[in-house]
Write a protein that binds this ligand. Structure first.
Ligand code: ASP
Length: 341
C-alpha cells in the first residue's frame, strides 16, 4: 500500500513538473524584442579632446555598421549573417584595429585573429595569425561551417583559406602609416625604459581597437563575432583572447558576448563564458551579469564587453574609460557612443 501511495505521489509530482513552463520561451515573453544587435570598435581610453572631425568619423562609421546588421535582422536574416556583415564593414574601415586597420606585431607584420560562434548549436570557428585574408571573420565562419575543426592557427589557417572561398590580399594591404608609426614608438619606448615617449592620445585610443558584434534574430537565435589585429608590438606568435572560445567570444541559447581590451586579462578570467555562466545561474539579468564581469571579475582599465540576451536585451560596458559602440533593437531602443557614462 505504501509503495502504491509513493508511486502515486511521484506520478502526481512529475505531472505537475511537466505542466510547468521550463523556461520563458523567446517568442512568448511579451518583453522579448524581435531582434537586437550590438557592436563594438574597441575599448580604450580615448581623450574627450579627440578632434571633432575624428569623433564624427567614428560616430558615422558606428551608425553605418549598425544599419548593416539591423537591416539584415529586420528583413528576417540570421544573427550570423548580421554579425558577419557588420564585422566585415568594420574590418574594411581603417579606423578600427581589425582587417585593414590592424596593428603591427613587434616584427612589423600584421597577424589577425577572429572567432564566430553560433549560439543555436554551440558551434564555433576561429583563426589566429592570419596574414593574407581580407576579412578574417568570414574565414572563421567557414572554419565553423566547412571544416571538422574549430580553430586553425597561422600557416594552417592560410592553408584552410586556400581551400575555401574567401578574399585574399597581399600582406601589404594591411599597412597603414599611423599603425606603423605606433609600432615604431612602442619599440622605442621599450628600448629606452626612461623614455619620455608617452603614448599619444591617438595611440591610447587605438591601443585596443578590436571589433565585434552580437545579435539575436527573429528566430530567437543568438550569435557572437570578434575580429582583431591584436595588440601593437605583440611578440612572435602571441594569441589574444579574441579567437579563444569562451574568452573573447561566446554564444549559447541564453546570451551572446564579444570582448575588447587587454587580451591576457580577458583570457585569464575566461570572460565571455563567465558572463554567460553568471547570466544562466544568477537569474537571467544581463545588467547584473555585465556588472559582475566588468566590476568584480576584471580590474579597472582591463576591458569592455557587448552582449545580447535571449530576450533581445543588449548591454555594452567598459572599465577602460571609453568603448566605440552601438546597439539597436526591433523596438527602436538605440545607443551609440564612445565614452563611459
Ligand atoms: N583583445 C584584443 C587582444 O588582446 C585587443 C583589443 O581588444 O583591441 O588581442
Amino acid at each position: 500500500m505504501r509503495t502504491l501511495t509513493t508511486i502515486f505521489t511521484y506520478s502526481f509530482v512529475l505531472l505537475l513538473v511537466a505542466c510547468q513552463p521550463t523556461e520563458q520561451s523567446n517568442n512568448t515573453n511579451p518583453e522579448t524584442k524581435e531582434w537586437s544587435i550590438a557592436l563594438h570598435g574597441g575599448a580604450g581610453a580615448v581623450s574627450k579632446d579627440m578632434p571633432e572631425e575624428r569623433q564624427q568619423a567614428y560616430m558615422e562609421s558606428l551608425e553605418e555598421a549598425l544599419t548593416i546588421g539591423a537591416e539584415i535582422l529586420e528583413n528576417g536574416g540570421s544573427a550570423l549573417d548580421a554579425i558577419e556583415k557588420t564585422v566585415n564593414y568594420l574590418e574594411d574601415n581603417e579606423l578600427y584595429n581589425a582587417g585593414k586597420g590592424a596593428v603591427f606585431t613587434s616584427e612589423g607584420t600584421n597577424e589577425l585573429d577572429a572567432a564566430i560562434m553560433d549560439g543555436s548549436n554551440l558551434n564555433a570557428g576561429a583563426v589566429t595569425g592570419v596574414t593574407t585574408v581580407k576579412n578574417p571573420i568570414s574565414l572563421a565562419r567557414k572554419v565553423m561551417t566547412e571544416s571538422r575543426h574549430v580553430f586553425f592557427a597561422a600557416e594552417g589557417a592560410e592553408t584552410f583559406a586556400d581551400q575555401v572561398d574567401v578574399e585574399r590580399v597581399d600582406p601589404e594591404y594591411f599597412y597603414t602609416e599611423s599603425r606603423y608609426r605606433s609600432l615604431q614608438r612602442a619599440l622605442e619606448r621599450e628600448k629606452q625604459e626612461s623614455s619620455n615617449l608617452l603614448e599619444t592620445p591617438e595611440e591610447k585610443a587605438w591601443k585596443y581597437g578590436t571589433v565585434g558584434a552580437v545579435a539575436k534574430d527573429k528566430d530567437g537565435n543568438l550569435a557572437a563575432a570578434t575580429s582583431t589585429g591584436g595588440m601593437t608590438n605583440k611578440k612572435f606568435g602571441r594569441v589574444g583572447d579574441v579567437p579563444i572560445i569562451g574568452s573573447g567570444t561566446y554564444a549559447n541559447d541564453q546570451v551572446a558576448v564579444s570582448a575588447t581590451g587587454w587580451g591576457e586579462k580577458i583570457m585569464l578570467s575566461v570572460s565571455a563564458h563567465t558572463l554567460a555562466a553568471h547570466y544562466k545561474y544568477e537569474g537571467n539579468d544581463l545588467k547584473a551579469s555585465m556588472n559582475y564581469l566588468v566590476n568584480e571579475v576584471l580590474n579597472p582599465g582591463d576591458a569592455g564587453f557587448i552582449a545580447v540576451d535571449k530576450y533581445g536585451v543588449f548591454s555594452m560596458r567598459t572599465n577602460t574609460g571609453s568603448m566605440f559602440r552601438a546597439a539597436i533593437d526591433s523596438e527602436g531602443n538605440k545607443d551609440v557612443g564612445i565614452w563611459e557614462d
